[in-house]
Design a protein around this ligand. Structure first.
Ligand SMILES: Nc1nc2c(ncn2[C@@H]2O[C@H](COP(=O)(O)OP(=O)(O)OP(=O)(O)O)[C@@H](O)[C@H]2O)c(=O)[nH]1
Length: 210
């Protein structure tokens, strides 16, 4: 089975104090929610973060059913693409799904379909409303990490820069909407969005879904 990479190295500046990776959403740290959702479809978890986040994230991931590896940013604040590179460097499987720590509704069936789409290519990236969702995408770990290195060396930290030189496929908005997979991209940037997400979890629980 492939690897899951959770990106958690951001500074949560819109979150109004505290690290959103370990903020509790309906009683569970967000990073744990993402990890638990990935557990059925990955065999190893890599967490990309800064050194000072490691302890609190490790606590949130205690007794995770798979091996957990930490890929600590050599340089903090180098942006999400550098985080993807650092995370993918710790991957030993051919493919990995990368998911931001603030996407607590990541859909397992969607991730499985991304792996299917990526097979034989370097990446499968979903597109929502014209935006490429590079922080919930599947990559072939080594070529993507190499392409990120080259982009960073040329001083280009744009998240799409490494894809320019890779063979990548897009999962388009229409397909995502048809399959009911738009909720998988919901992300939590603020305390208000955390409260909103908690309401979604509570209402889904009432409907027996989450
Ligand atoms: N390693 C690393 N990851 C980052 C960096 N910036 C953002 N990320 C990750 O990329 C994903 C999307 O970023 P944002 O939603 O903007 O998160 P953030 O930067 O923590 O939040 P804001 O400061 O409010 O923008 C999250 O999983 C972040 O952890 C960075 O400089 N380094």
């Amino acid at each position: 089975m492939p690897t899951g990479v959770i990106l958690a190295g951001g500074f949560s500046t819109r979150f109004d104090g505290g690290d959103k990776a370990v903020a509790e959403l309906a009683g569970k740290p967000m990073v744990r929610r993402v990890a638990d959702r990935l557990a059925p479809v990955v065999s190893t978890l890599v967490v990309n973060c800064r050194g000072e986040q490691r302890e609190s994230i490790a606590t949130a991931l205690e007794r995770y059913p798979h091996e957990v590896r930490f890929a600590v940013d050599p340089e903090p604040d180098a942006g999400p693409m550098a985080g993807i590179r650092t995370g993918l460097r710790a991957v030993t499987d051919e493919y990995a799904v990368v998911v931001a720590c603030d996407m607590p509704f990541v859909d397992r069936a969607f991730v499985e379909s991304l792996f299917d789409r990526a097979a034989g290519h370097d990446a499968a990236v979903p597109e929502v409303d014209g935006w490429y969702q590079t922080t919930q995408a599947v990559y072939r770990a080594a070529p993507m990490a190499d392409a990120c290195d080259r982009a960073l060396e040329r001083g280009d930290s744009k998240i799409l820069a490494p894809l320019d030189e890779l063979d990548w496929v897009v999962v388009d908005h229409e397909t995502l909407a048809e399959r009911g997979w738009l909720e998988t991209f919901e992300n939590v940037n603020t305390r208000a969005e955390l409260r909103e997400a908690a309401r979604s979890v509570a209402s889904d629980r009432r409907n027996g879904e989450r």
